[in-house]
Design a protein around this ligand. Structure first.
Ligand code: B12
Length: 243
């Protein structure tokens, strides 16, 4: 038998594998994304970066928030999705208080609860992806590197959803030297605007001015969160002291 054609064939396959494999997306690829879960009354349940990838979620017959007839079971959610990321973030924080998920609809899974924050009556869990309401459920909302996901327990589906506060602050500052933080709000079109009068979580800080800025100084590591009446509580930023 002539070995040359066989060798050529092997070489051909090897070249093909080198060229094609890196561009074929794999369901197991994990990407860093920022996940938050907050409630209409200002509770912050989750605010963290996770490496999102394929997840297996549990569904429950008790997840009745969206109607239909949900059942208990489990489902594999391939790739990096807003639902998988939520599950991964919650598993780090409170593995014993899992998500409450409905499988009552064939077009996707629905979220009814994050730990003890369960949608009741007219409440519902809203999903925003990169500061805009997603047009798909958590399972269908696919994520890319550094995307941001917000799960927001809204007070009522009969009320418009509030704008989302967003806080910008430096990661490191000099001890007791003043620095600026800025508070913006995103509307449902993903457009941002400065927010005046927002309150910061760190004691001794004033409210933001008409351009959304506040001047602050800290003596030790501090966690900043911004709040303003009628708006969704902001992301959390940890500011450290430069050594
Ligand atoms: C009303 C409505 C809602 C209401 C339902 C509550 C209520 N009591 O009214 C609320 C505001 C809660 C809602 C939420 C969401 N919805 Co909605 N909703 C609708 C809408 C406009 C009508 C549904 C309806 O009443 N059908 C008539 C009844 C008789 O049929 P039904 O099957 O029993 O309807 C129920 C389900 O549709 C369920 N439901 C509603 N939305 C969703 C979304 C998901 C992912 C699931 C699993 C179930 C579900 O609630 C309905 C009432 O019980 C449809 C669009 C449409 N025209 O179908 C979108 C629609 C179903 N929703 C959609 C989406 C994307 C969402 C959200 C993901 C939006 C978001 N960014 O957060 C969330 C769900 C998030 C979660 N918790 O997992 C998409 C689903 C697309 C998809 N293939 O995934 C649709 C098709 C709109 C669209 N983009 O075209 N929704």
């Amino acid at each position: 038998m002539n070995g040359k054609p066989v060798a050529r064939l092997i070489l051909g396959f090897a070249l093909l594998a080198i060229l094609v494999l890196p561009v074929v997306p794999t369901a197991s690829a994990k990407v860093p994304v920022h996940v938050r879960a907050v409630t209409w009354d200002g509770r912050i349940l989750l605010d963290r970066t996770v490496r999102a990838g394929t997840a297996t979620v549990r569904t429950s017959g008790k997840a009745t928030c969206l109607g239909g007839s949900p059942g208990s079971g489990s489902k594999r959610v391939p790739g990096a999705t807003a639902l998988g990321a939520l599950q991964q973030a919650q598993a780090v924080r409170k593995p014993h208080r899992p998500l409450l998920i409905s499988n009552a609809f064939d077009f996707g899974l629905g979220v009814c609860g994050v730990g003890d924050a369960v949608a009741e009556g007219e409440q519902w869990w809203e999903l925003t992806h990169n500061h805009q309401p997603s047009t798909l459920g958590g399972e269908g909302t696919r994520l890319r590197k550094n995307d941001s996901v917000l799960w927001y327990l809204a007070k009522s589906y009969n009320l418009p959803s509030p704008d989302e506060l967003y806080l910008e602050a430096p990661g490191k500052v000099r001890k007791k030297k003043s620095f600026k933080v800025r508070v913006l709000a995103f509307d449902d079109q993903g457009r941002s605007r400065p927010v005046a009068g927002a309150k910061l979580s760190v004691a001794g800080t004033g409210r933001t001015d008409s351009r959304g800025y506040a001047r602050v100084s800290i003596g030790k590591k501090a966690r900043f969160v911004a709040r303003a009446d009628g708006l969704i509580v902001s992301n959390r930023v940890v500011v450290r002291i430069r050594r």
